[in-house]
Design a protein. Structure first.
Length: 134
């Protein structure tokens, strides 16, 4: 993964911004991962929501990008889910049955093994995680 300014980025409301960086997954490589431990979820949260924007391009039949919380897949983009070459938004709840919040869970976007080595590009921007405590 890398930061890329080859695609315009979006703000949290989906407005295209003409400059800046978005996260970039490309092809099927071990570097086609974006990971972050969310330490704050280990501080008494019982659920969370993740929202983000994505821009797929060059994704072919049977190719995909996954989002994991810990070792559980919580979202997947597959060829045909939406058109390509546009920004799309996702909002997904995360519960303690998806991953163990007490262990500072890792959120991971991956194109390995889902993308192939033929100019696949998947951009991610505006990632927000909101937790709920009781």
């Amino acid at each position: 993964s890398d930061r890329s300014n080859s695609q315009n980025k979006v703000d949290d409301n989906g407005n295209v911004v003409s400059s800046g960086y978005s996260l970039h997954l490309q092809d099927d490589a071990s570097s086609s991962n974006i990971r972050k431990n969310i330490n704050e979820l280990s501080q008494g949260y019982i659920s969370a929501d993740i929202s983000f924007w994505y821009f797929p391009t060059g994704i072919d039949l049977e190719e995909f990008v996954q989002l994991f919380c810990g070792s559980t897949e919580i979202w997947r983009f597959t060829y045909g889910d939406n058109s390509q070459n546009n920004w799309f938004s996702v909002s997904r709840p995360i519960s303690t049955s998806d991953c163990d919040f007490s262990a500072s869970p890792e959120i991971r976007f991956t194109g390995n093994p889902g993308l192939s080595n033929d100019d696949d590009d998947f951009y991610i921007d505006g990632i927000n995680i909101t937790g709920v405590k009781y």
